[in-house]
Design a protein around this ligand. Structure first.
Ligand SMILES: Cc1noc(C)c1-c1cc(NS(=O)(=O)c2ccccc2)cc(C(=O)O)c1
Length: 130
């Protein structure tokens, strides 16, 4: 009902704010757009579910997320895919993995500092009721 839509609107504002702040951070430029399949032709043979910050934003606007946990599952794909596709010890792989781990830590720190657990609990109740 109306109150539920107000909660989900506030969730989308919260998730959009996080995603836009990450997209502005220069360390995370490589994560702002889908990996370019022309530049990385075998990417989709290795990574079954690509994810990036612009796709997160589209998903938010398409009301894909009803809880922060659902958003986190997709946000985690960004760094997990990066570690999977770039496992080697060479400097390039190490560098993109370091940036991916910084993204992981930054998302977790924002959620820890800025998400009210009571708010997430209300979102989970809405998810279970649907
Ligand atoms: C993410 C990701 N996961 O695997 C890789 C590899 C990356 C990744 C993706 C991008 N952006 S891109 O797919 O458009 C591109 C790849 C190769 C040459 C030019 C552009 C940049 C970088 C980077 O290190 O800067 C790394």
């Amino acid at each position: 009902e109306e109150q539920e839509e107000d909660v989900l609107r506030e969730l989308r504002l919260f998730l959009r704010n996080i995603t836009e702040r990450l997209s502005l951070d220069r360390r995370f430029k490589a994560f702002t757009k889908p990996v370019d399949i022309e530049e990385v032709p075998d990417y989709l043979m290795v990574i079954k579910k690509p994810m990036d910050l612009s796709t997160l934003l589209t998903n938010i606007d398409e009301h894909k997320y009803v809880t922060v946990s659902e958003f986190m599952a997709d946000a985690d794909l960004i760094w997990k895919n990066t570690l999977e596709y770039n496992p080697d010890s060479d400097p390039m792989d190490r560098n993109i993995r370091h940036r991916a781990c910084a993204l992981k830590d930054t998302v977790r720190a924002i959620i820890r500092d800025e998400l009210d657990e009571d708010f997430e609990r209300v979102c989970e109740e809405i998810r279970e009721s649907r």
